[in-house]
Each structure stands twice: as structure tokens, then as C-alpha cells.
Ligand binder design. Structure first.
Ligand code: ATP
Ligand code: ZN
Length: 297
């Protein structure tokens, strides 16, 4: 097979992961020629192209080497690892991306007095995730019937084709609408960056490493705030004690005011009004909280 020199990333063509995945890649400095209705988008600037496919196809495309990376739900990747045999062993979850959060859960009819997993013994459970459900049942020594359905799993109990379901849950609204109740969580899922365990040994491998660094910056920045404030030298210790977590703050002199310092601190999360008021009480003034646009460690 002719080796490619451009990196190829697979992502969902149209669905819940599409917009956030594209936004994330854009933030990493990747832009693509607009052809969102088509399968292939040529990357401008960096040698990275996009393949737009059904999310279920993404792990297989990576395993076959058609794509180098993919943005896909952990639920889909884990299911593939359990059901696709040897080629799936070569896949790795490179990064968790913080969007597309949901749970793979077993849900039972609301009227059932559910207390423990042993009650699932002998029951029929409908799911699109036979691999993950099968493993969970096996680990607990529960012998239940797994009814594999491609979609509309949530109506199976009402149709009488199953006693319970194992499906993705986000808010739980779909379960309530179908008179079901979440009973067990099998997997906490979110979108992940998946790829082959071994990096390609050519320029594509270098590009993946570069991308991972940018991605780490983007993910970290999303939650980071830069806190700027002025404080007198004698209040400094008290102010520093109240700073939200992060690396050591930077201190700068203030022109014409030898007793004053300007403090700059990177905070790992939101800085609340309450925290600002506390820091101010300790002696700070002229406080600013700024979002961070880019970060390169
Ligand atoms: P296609 O197969 O056409 O790409 P799909 O219907 O399988 O689309 P979506 O419903 O868009 O896919 O879901 C894609 C992913 O979004 C899921 O695999 C899961 O990781 C995540 N997700 C987050 N919340 C939910 C939810 N409430 N229901 C389903 N998936 C969710
Ligand atoms: Zn799908």
C-alpha cells in the first residue's frame, strides 16, 4: 500500500459530535476547505485532512490504517475493542476531549423495585452495545439474555421484546418518557481522540505529536483563567494563600509605588465572585480575571 504523507482524521459527519469536534480542531489551528456534505475535506495550512463518516465506522477506519486519528465516543471505541477481534488491540485512547458526555447504563421499568444487579439474572436486556454489556454481566456472574438492536432500544420493554435496556443516557429524559429508570452505570463516556497505539514513524507521527501538544494546550486553556491584581507587599502572603490552584504566581514591580506589587496567576478553573471578594478583603485591588486564548507549555 502506498503510504500517505498527509495525516487523516476521521470524525462524525453529522451528529452530536460534529460541531464540537470541528471547533476543537479549529482551535488547534486546523482549518479545512468547506465541503461538509462530502466525505473528504482537504486541510489548509497543515498537512492534515478530514474524513467525515458515521461514528460507528471510525474505530475500524483507524484499525485498517485508512485514518490515523479519529474523534469518537468512548462508548463506540470501547465496544469496538471488545467485539472487533485482534485488530482492535492496536487502538489507543490518546486524549479525553471533554464533550459528548454521556453514560452507558442499564435501565429498568419504573415499577420494578430494583435493588441489585442479581435481579437481572435470567432477564432479557436490549442493547446496541452487546460487547460492553456482555463483559459487565460476565464480570458479575450474571446470566442474562442480550438482545442486540441497532436502534430504538428504549421502546423494547414496552414492545415486550426485552425486560430491560442498556443504552446511552445523558439527561435521562428519554428514559422517563419510556417509563424507565436508570439502574446501573456501565461506562462514563465522552468524546475521545483515538489512534493507533504505535505512532507512524514518518512525518505523520511528528504531526500527531505536534497535534497532541496543541490539544493539551487547548484543553487546559478551556478551563484556565489569568488572574491579575495589585497588592501591597505586606498583604502579599495573605493574598497568595487565597489564590485558586495553579502554578506559582508571577510578581512584578509597580512603577512609582515601591510598596505595591502586581501579581499574575494562572488559575486552573473558574474564579468566582466570592473568591475575588475574599482576595480583595485580604488586601488586593485592581483585580482582573481574563480568559486564556492560547497556551504552549
Ligand atoms: P451516526 O451513526 O449517524 O454517526 P449516531 O446516531 O450513532 O450517528 P449520535 O446520536 O450523534 O450518533 O451520537 C454520537 C455520540 O454522541 C454517541 O456515540 C455518544 O458518544 C455521544 N452522546 C452524548 N450524549 C448522548 C445521548 N444522550 N445519546 C446518544 N449519544 C450521546
Ligand atoms: Zn452511530
Amino acid at each position: 500500500m502506498k503510504t500517505r504523507d498527509r495525516l487523516r482524521i476521521a470524525m462524525q459527519k453529522s451528529g452530536r459530535l460534529t460541531e464540537p469536534a470541528l471547533d476543537l480542531l479549529n482551535r488547534c489551528g486546523l482549518t479545512f476547505r468547506q465541503s461538509r456534505d462530502k466525505l473528504f475535506c482537504f486541510g489548509e495550512g497543515e498537512p492534515v485532512d478530514l474524513l467525515l463518516v458515521r461514528d460507528d465506522d471510525i474505530p475500524g477506519l483507524i484499525a485498517q490504517g485508512v485514518c490515523d486519528l479519529g474523534i469518537v465516543g468512548r462508548n463506540v471505541l470501547s465496544e469496538y475493542r471488545l467485539t472487533a477481534g485482534r485488530e482492535a488491540e492496536e487502538l489507543a485512547e490518546w486524549r479525553a476531549l471533554g464533550f459528548g458526555r454521556c453514560r452507558l447504563s442499564i435501565a429498568v421499568p419504573q415499577e420494578l423495585d430494583y435493588r441489585e444487579a442479581a435481579q437481572l439474572q435470567g432477564q432479557r436486556i436490549a442493547t446496541s452495545y452487546p460487547g460492553l454489556l456482555g463483559e459487565w454481566l460476565r464480570e458479575r456472574g450474571i446470566d442474562a439474555g442480550v438482545v442486540t438492536l441497532a436502534g430504538s432500544v428504549e421502546i423494547a420493554p414496552r414492545l415486550g421484546t426485552a425486560d430491560a435496556i442498556c443504552d446511552l443516557v445523558q439527561s435521562g429524559g428519554t428514559l422517563v418518557a419510556n417509563q424507565l429508570r436508570e439502574a446501573e452505570v456501565l461506562l462514563e463516556s465522552e468524546a475521545v481522540l483515538a489512534g493507533a497505539k504505535a505512532l507512524p514513524s514518518d512525518e505523520r507521527g511528528d504531526m500527531i505529536e505536534l497535534l497532541l501538544k496543541r490539544l493539551d494546550g487547548v484543553i487546559q486553556v478551556r478551563e484556565s483563567r489569568l488572574l491579575l491584581l495589585q497588592t501591597s507587599r505586606h498583604a502579599l502572603e495573605a493574598v497568595i494563600r487565597l489564590l485558586p490552584g495553579g502554578p506559582q504566581p508571577t510578581l512584578l514591580p509597580v512603577a512609582g509605588q515601591p510598596d505595591q506589587l502586581m501579581l499574575q496567576a494562572l488559575c486552573a478553573g473558574e474564579v468566582s465572585w466570592r473568591q475575588l471578594e475574599e482576595i480583595k478583603k485580604a488586601g488586593a485591588r485592581e483585580m482582573f480575571v481574563l480568559p486564556v486564548e492560547k497556551m504552549l507549555a
